[in-house]
Design a protein around this ligand. Sequence first.
Ligand code: SF4
Length: 167
Amino acid sequence: MTHFDRTKRRFLRLAGTGTVVGLAGCLGGDDGQAETTTTTATTETGDDDHEEELPEGVSREEFERGPVPDAYRTARSQADEERNPDELFPKADVKFQEATDAVEAGLTQSGRDCDNCAEYIPDKNGDGFGACARVEGYIGPEDWCSLWESIEEAEAEAEAGEANNSS
Ligand code: SF4
């Protein structure tokens, strides 16, 4: 089972609990390139509008949908999952939002955010944003989405998968 299959299965499991809005069938991609420096703009993600500092020269559309800079396009996440720019979920489909808002909304527990998620690819260029192996666009360490998975859980699942494949 590939990493994407595992996440897709997780997405569908969460969808069954009502944690996720939208369907897995509308996966997008963010192939291409973008330069990154800093500026400020308004962005809309998840259920709420909120101010977020965007990298300079990056449009809101690019911020939400990509493309992300080359360094992230096929990078590996904190749990060693490879990002495939052609198989990514739109932010709106996974309730992407700031982690504090998600906690307030009762969607997750305090302490869970992109920074400690298995799928996160941390900032590589100093602009404050990283990327995600499963979700489109720029991702901040204090964000969250319904695909959140602990690094330990992901690594244990990967080990179990390897053990099954070798038996
Ligand atoms: S919680 Fe953040 S890093 Fe984890 S899957 Fe969602 S957007 Fe990606």
